[in-house]
Design a protein around this ligand. Sequence first.
Ligand code: F6P
Length: 549
Amino acid sequence: MFTLTESDEWGALQEHYDSISNVHLKTLFEKDKERFDKFHIKFNDILFDFSKNRLDNIAFKLLVRLAEHRKLKEKIKAMFTGEKINTTENRAVLHTALRNRSIDEVIIEGRDIMTDIKAVLKKMKKFVGDVHTGKWKGCTGMPISHIVNIGIGGSHLGPAMICEALKPYAKPGISVHFVSNIDGCDIAETLKQLNPETTLFLIASKTFTTQETMTNANTAKKWFLSTDGKKESDIALHFIALSTNTEAVKQFGINPKNMFEFWDWVGGRYSLWSAIGLSIALYIGFDNFEMLLQGAYEMDMHFRNAPYEENIPVIMALLGIWYVNFFNAKTHAVIPYYQNLRMFPEFLQQLDMESNGKRVDKFGELVEYSTGPVVWGVPGTNAQHSFFQLIHQGTQIIPVDFIAPLFTDCGNEEQRRILLSNLFAQSEALMKGKTEVEVKAELTMSGIKERDINKIIGHKIFPGNIPSNTILLKKLNPETLGSLIAMYEHKVFVQGAIWDINSFDQWGVELGKQLAKKILPELDSDNEITIHDSSTNGLINYYKENKNK
Ligand code: F6P
């Protein structure tokens, strides 16, 4: 096979880009009144509108051809059927099995892993029920009312994002807290709010060796044992482990019967569907957790079966490639118009950038094209009052995903209308812009003199032509949220498949971890540090000189 950029499909896209890159989106809409009809997809309670993209029929066909050329169908099948597509770690990638609601088996090395998955789900269901009914009691006989998830990265972001997004579904009497940062302020601020007798700590770590999580878990344990009359044996009622590493869990002092297991074929950033999701199930109830799985499963089926032209994750991925590799977009903004989805962009940052922030292909060869973009965003309308200026009138092209539920359980009808009118206005403004003629007419109408108009006009023109997707959910509930997350997971997968990179390892996080281990004892030593470069020495020594002042 030719390398990606040498393929005919890539060449055809490049050629087409040269002819379409100056065509304005406004023109595409004017020329084709059916554009929205052609370029939107309805999936269950989700509308995906991709009509405001720099895409014509030819570009769409060529992008689909690229997916075919990269043998996407075969790669999708390989993932779902447990081939070891994470080649650098020699692992299958089977988060889709965790939410497999069918009766189909998923066989790895001769074993149906659905048996293990179902057993853990059953154990989670029982445990969640026991906590909610008060059958599971703390060491002084009080029911549990506070859940603290201690984890970082994939063992934090998914559950934290979902618990926030699904606040309206929270079980009465249960509150959930998340501690991730090694910065002592994080756990200290959380512990202040807690009574050890009604608190359950979930130590969430795939490896059970992550420095931040284990340090925070030890702090929590010390805090727990330091309170009136607590004994080591009380730990069993207040500490639960979510992990793949039974030995390390035992060593920490948690009885394996209080461990909810998952497996090495679940990537950290794809683990919210596994036992790592226990905080979600405790917060919103097991039935709702199952609806989250159901929503993801439905998206999995759509992704596996829909033709590329009607396949939301495939289209999202191809559009992303169109912008990154042909329009030279460096970043991608994700703007949820729902305050409870505040953490969604942060969650996506790990999902997308830890997966596709890669510079070598699957064979370890440097790639000759850009891979994953920087993903960022905050909720609208706040975003409009901070960085939208740059998207509208800056010098870079920044594709945007707008996401909004039409109905929520908070606020009133008027607030929702104001919010949504802003979303619709932003996507229209980004697409259309405002021309010199329009600006001039507006300024003249408002009585400004010609001489003054000329001074200001350049500042008031909006180039427009900025692409966006809009994803509307009838309602944000466990099912639609499950589908939304799976949609982005598969988008990331498709991009990795086309770029021919391994989206499932994360070696780039290792070097910093190694160096931090070396530097830690240096911060305690009495000697001046001279073994690093002058900057690192200087920073360490400045700390040592000033730490006690
Ligand atoms: O350092 C990166 C990472 O390995 C992520 O991929 C992972 O989600 C996170 O750390 C936490 O890892 P663990 O669940 O093993 O504590």
